[in-house]
Design a protein around this ligand. Structure first.
Ligand SMILES: *[C@@H]1O[C@H](CO)[C@@H](O)[C@H](O)[C@H]1NC(C)=O
Ligand SMILES: *[C@@H]1O[C@H](CO)[C@@H](O)[C@H](O)[C@H]1NC(C)=O
Ligand SMILES: *[C@@H]1O[C@H](CO)[C@@H](O)[C@H](O)[C@H]1NC(C)=O
Ligand SMILES: *[C@@H]1O[C@H](CO)[C@@H](O)[C@H](O)[C@H]1NC(C)=O
Length: 375
């Protein structure tokens, strides 16, 4: 039997979005931003100075954090109010620390998607289906990367093709599943402290010109990264490469002068869809393993509205600046993607919870790793 008091929190939760819609902005608001580098701190201080000199209501302060985890702790205990974070960190901040989002980046003017993770294969590979990948060979940009590990392995777990069992040993399960693969970094001590990750996860790797650095987690391994994973499929070492929807377009038509790329044509490739069908390279919007959300601004629940209102004022003045301080540019600071991604077109308000920003497919992929003890 359900006790009536139990219903109270649910009713309250339903009310919260309404409360935040009707929020009023506080002119004396102070927002302290958690920054991670000297360059980011400098851009933050310049933004604060320019905001003050343009009489934008509110005050920006810049707080130095040691790393993302430290920023999450600072936001939680009130030492900082906000910081921009990647999708994986948003998941940790929300799930493990109860934090929420005030705003997210839009790169394409329309939505908050940063890129799609797709499965790419040679068109000549017939009888290939993402639902039957057992004993196949695969090319991954790197161990523990969103594109090369979290999303494809999350997909294989969700479709019950692999199961990690009680030991929660992902590399072992993946090694048993695929025939051979290239997962750069899988044998690095950092990811393989006992040295028993399966060798076949490096067998589609080629190392450098002198056969050294095989399976290295850097560009000396020529199958490392998204371009490397594409090369691995182009060279027929893998049946499938897990890459971004943009990877192929970034490396063809002379944009990559390496011979494997010059020899490759768009017509040689196809996408494999999660339902087991296939599609053309430009059909990534319907044929992808996950839509990975862009970075978003992590805040405490009660600050969702206040921080959004302040960011809205900032982007109205500095979001489109053709001269003076520019919110979505890091030019002149010596690093890229400071405070926000340089690819940001505008910031959009996040009214729902952090899971609404992460989206169902991406959240499902992350949930597959629950047994690793995410928090
Ligand atoms: C405004 O930003 C510019 C960089 O775009 C910086 O050089 C300048 O010092 C800033 N102004 C103030 C008052 O902080
Ligand atoms: C808040 O958390 C940060 C990071 O863990 C810590 O450095 C700081 O001392 C904490 N401050 C308070 C007031 O608890
Ligand atoms: C910049 O201007 C364009 C066109 O006027 C507008 O669509 C866009 O929302 C503006 N961006 C920001 C951040 O205000
Ligand atoms: C996960 O698997 C379930 C059942 O097999 C399916 O309905 C769902 O669409 C899958 N989710 C993703 C993101 O692939």
């Amino acid at each position: 039997m359900e006790r009536p008091e139990r219903r109270l929190p649910v009713a309250f939760l339903l009310l919260l979005p309404l409360l935040s819609v009707s929020c009023v902005s506080n002119p004396r608001t102070i927002v302290s931003w958690c920054v991670l580098s000297d360059a980011e701190e400098q851009k933050c201080l310049d933004l604060a100075g320019n905001a003050t000199s343009q009489n934008i209501r509110g005050t920006l302060q810049c707080v130095r954090g040691l790393n993302t985890r430290d920023c999450i702790d600072k936001i939680k205990n009130g030492t900082a109010d906000a910081a921009s974070m990647t999708a994986d960190d948003i998941y940790a901040a929300g799930l493990c620390h109860g934090l929420e989002l005030a705003a997210g980046e839009s790169h394409n003017r329309v939505d908050g998607i940063s890129y799609y993770v797709v499965a790419m294969a040679r068109r000549s590979s017939s009888d290939l289906s993402l639902l039957e990948m057992h004993e196949r060979s695969s090319c991954h940009p790197g161990i523990r990367t969103t594109v090369g590990w979290t999303v494809p392995i999350g997909y294989l777990v969700n479709t019950s093709q692999i199961s990690v069992g009680e030991q929660c040993n992902f590399p072992r399960a993946v090694g048993n599943f695929f025939g051979y693969s290239c997962v750069p970094g899988v044998k690095d001590p950092r990811h393989d402290p006992r040295g028993n990750n399966p060798k076949n996860l490096c067998e589609a790797c080629i190392g450098d010109e002198n056969d050294r650095h095989i399976c290295a987690s850097n560009h000396r391994e020529r199958h490392y990264g998204e371009a490397g994973a594409l090369r691995c499929v182009a060279e027929n070492l893998g049946d499938v490469a897990f890459v971004k929807h943009t990877t192929v377009f970034d490396n063809l038509d002379g944009k990559n002068q390496e011979s494997w790329a010059l020899d490759l044509e768009l017509e040689d490739l196809k996408l494999l869809c999660p339902d087991g069908t296939e599609a053309g390279l430009d059909e990534y919007e319907r044929c992808h393993l996950a839509a990975v959300p862009a970075n978003a601004v992590v805040v405490r629940m009660e600050d969702k509205c206040r921080v959004w209102k302040y960011l809205e004022r900032l982007q109205n003045v500095f979001g489109n600046a053709t001269e003076g301080f520019s919110l979505f540019s890091s030019a002149g600071y010596g690093e890229s993607d400071l405070l926000f991604s340089d690819a940001t077109h505008h910031l959009q308000r996040v009214l729902g919870s952090y899971t609404s920003w992460l989206g169902p497919t991406y959240t499902t992929m992350l949930q597959a790793f629950e047994c690793e003890g995410f928090c």
